[in-house]
Design a protein around this ligand. Structure first.
Ligand code: ZN
Length: 101
């Protein structure tokens, strides 16, 4: 029996989950570029500007789901994602039709 090994704990940043959850809607609402590079930049910007909220989950994401249920943090994160979209879309890093380094 390896009972100890069966208990694995995962530390998760709930903010990261929420950003991923809201990203598509925010990009669609802003009508901005949703290529993989821009999505990554928007996510990175948001996570750099929003305080992380770590939770410990035990073999599953029940706790994460519970923490995602707070509407307040959802609204705050959406606002931060929209700000990130504004910044990223002003100077996108993706390779576009214009050959800029
Ligand atoms: Zn892009």
């Amino acid at each position: 029996m390896n009972g100890e090994d069966a208990n694995s704990y995962v530390i998760k940043n709930v903010v990261e989950e929420l950003v991923a959850f809201h990203l598509d809607d925010c990009i669609a609402a802003a009508g901005t570029c949703g290529c993989p590079r821009c999505r990554a930049d928007i996510t990175a910007y948001t996570l750099n500007h929003f305080p992380p909220r770590y939770v410990v989950t035990e073999m599953g994401d029940i706790l994460v789901r519970a923490n995602m249920m707070t509407p307040q943090s959802g609204a705050d994160i959406i606002a931060e994602v929209m700000q990130a979209i504004k910044v990223v879309s002003q100077s996108p890093h993706h390779k576009s039709e214009s050959p800029v380094g």
